[in-house]
Design a protein around this ligand. Structure first.
Ligand SMILES: [Zn+2]
Length: 58
């Protein structure tokens, strides 16, 4: 069973839990592990970037 990544458009083999979901919802799209990892990193980076009001300006 293969799924296409919505970001890089590469076919990949989803994890067993994703395969179950795909069988239930065939039109649902998933990210490949590489993109998933990248997105996760971006989310964490964005959280760190939140501006702090009481940060001193130099
Ligand atoms: Zn991808």
């Amino acid at each position: 069973m293969k799924a296409a990544c919505i970001l890089c458009d590469q076919p990949f083999t989803p994890e067993p839990i994703q395969q179950k979901k795909l069988r239930k919802h065939p039109h649902r799209l998933f990210l490949c592990p590489a993109c998933n990892h990248r997105i996760t990193e971006q989310v964490f980076a964005r959280r760190k970037e939140q501006p702090k009001e009481n940060e001193p300006r130099t």
